[in-house]
Design a protein around this ligand. Structure first.
Ligand SMILES: Cc1ncc(COP(=O)(O)O)c(C=O)c1O
Length: 407
């Protein structure tokens, strides 16, 4: 029998000894969760506005997810893609019926789904008589994953560094600058890939003109428009897909994060000829679309779409931005550059170099968990079931932290 650790400290010490040091962790060992709240091994309670980096969409221990897991334990967990399984079909049906897409291809992570999009774009070009096309234009400050192709697709030097030589075939345009995309366009380009709202890059929503301009450009050139909605899809922006806020339909779109309520699952959604490009033998994955992950995705989407979660996102998100403007901007005008977001992905960009002191004080003084991205953007990506009362707790904690810092 394994003798379990008894305290936070024991877990942290053993973790530092045995876990590979590629992540910087806060000094908490998460033991359990309830809704937007989590508890550590010593019984401390925290308000979780990190939400597993936008994964815990329904919050922790949602009763429908618990029920789904119990049912799965008594039926089947895995069967391979040699066979059909109903949860995969039902999940794909729900996505198709609530979007512009016709087909869904499952994967296991955001990076893997984006790899699927990149492969799809290259084959699409070949299928359409353009074997010379292989370049994907992506955006500066984007984030598309950590595999070699997706870290290269990512428009950030910090993500490329140490891994050269990088795969060929990626060019980086300025986000929200259509002219800069047009300048990179030539006969070798097969697709444009962008997040409708950049997450890791600092919570930067695209302008409607930019996304519409990209759509027109792709139509004119006969190339694919691909969106990465790994972070902002699955309801977070107050619609199932972020691009539905813009009325712009991509040819393909990835999703992951909140889709499986904590169990890894991702998807590439496609329409038109892009929905027929990856034929048998061209792409696949052993675990992708398995009954366990898909049963959780089916349940997650059902609750999101039919039990008011996506609507809650739009409403509470608006309240968040209103309170942030009222309290943070009013009390700390010199410390805040901009407050921005869509639904429940929100960022407070500071005029200071780093947001880490605020993150640390929220944790230490008020047991509120937030994080910081792109150096100085406080990012708020809570479970989509969060309430206005919880928003108040978070805003007050950020306000108190900035006051203590003398900002
Ligand atoms: C927009 C976006 N794309 C891709 C990824 C990579 O997803 P994963 O970590 O599941 O591979 C992320 C992760 O943060 C992301 O935010």
């Amino acid at each position: 029998m394994i003798e379990l650790f008894k305290t936070n400290q024991e877990v942290i010490e053993a973790g530092d000894k045995y876990l590979y040091p590629n992540h910087v962790r806060m000094p908490i060992s998460m033991e359990r969760g309830e809704g937007c709240w989590v508890f550590d091994k010593d019984g401390n309670k925290y308000l979780d506005y990190v939400g597993g980096i936008a994964v815990n969409g329904l919050g922790h221990c949602h009763p429908r997810i618990q029920q789904c897991l119990r049912e799965r334990a008594e039926t089947i967990l895995h069967c391979s893609n040699y066979f059909y399984n109903e949860p995969a079909v039902q999940t794909a049906k729900l996505i198709v019926e609530n979007s512009c897409f016709e087909k869904v291809l499952f994967a296991n992570s955001g990076a893997e789904a984006n790899e699927g999009q990149i492969k799809l774009a290259r084959k699409y070009a070949k299928d359409h008589g353009h074997p010379e096309r292989y370049v994907v234009i992506t955006m500066k400050k984007s984030f598309h994953g950590r595999t070699l192709a997706t870290c290269t697709a990512t428009g950030q030097y910090g993500v490329h560094r140490y891994f050269e030589p990088l795969p060929d075939g990626f060019r980086y345009a300025e986000f929200n600058n259509l002219d800069s995309v047009k300048m990179l366009m030539d006969e070798y380009v097969c697709a444009i890939l962008t997040e409708p709202v950049q997450g890791e890059g600092g919570v930067n929503p695209a302008t409607p003109e930019f996304l519409k301009g990209l759509r027109d450009l792709c139509d004119e050139k006969g190339i694919l428009l691909m969106f990465d909605e790994v972070q902002v899809g699955s309801g977070r922006t107050g619609k199932l897909f972020a691009h539905q806020n813009y009325g712009v339909e991509p040819d393909t779109c990835s999703m992951a994060k909140a889709l499986g309520s904590g169990v890894p699952i991702a998807a590439v959604c496609a329409r038109g000829d892009a929905a027929r490009t990856l034929t048998p033998g061209t792409h696949g994955s052993t675990f992708a679309g398995g009954p366990l992950a898909c049963a959780l995705a089916m349940t997650t989407l059902d609750v999101m779409l039919n039990e008011g979660v996506i609507d809650n996102c739009a409403k509470v998100g608006e309240y968040f931005r209103k309170r942030a403007h009222e309290v943070i901007e009013k009390n700390h005008p010199d410390a805040v550059k901009e407050i921005r977001g869509l639904g429940l992905i929100n960022g407070i960009q500071l005029t200071k170099e780093s947001g880490k002191p605020v993150v640390d004080l929220c944790f230490e003084d008020n047991k509120v968990l937030i994080n910081c991205t792109a150096g100085n953007v406080l990012r708020f990506i809570p479970p989509l079931v969060t309430t206005e009362e919880e928003v108040d707790i978070v805003i007050n904690a950020v306000d108190a932290a900035m006051t203590k810092l003398g900002w």
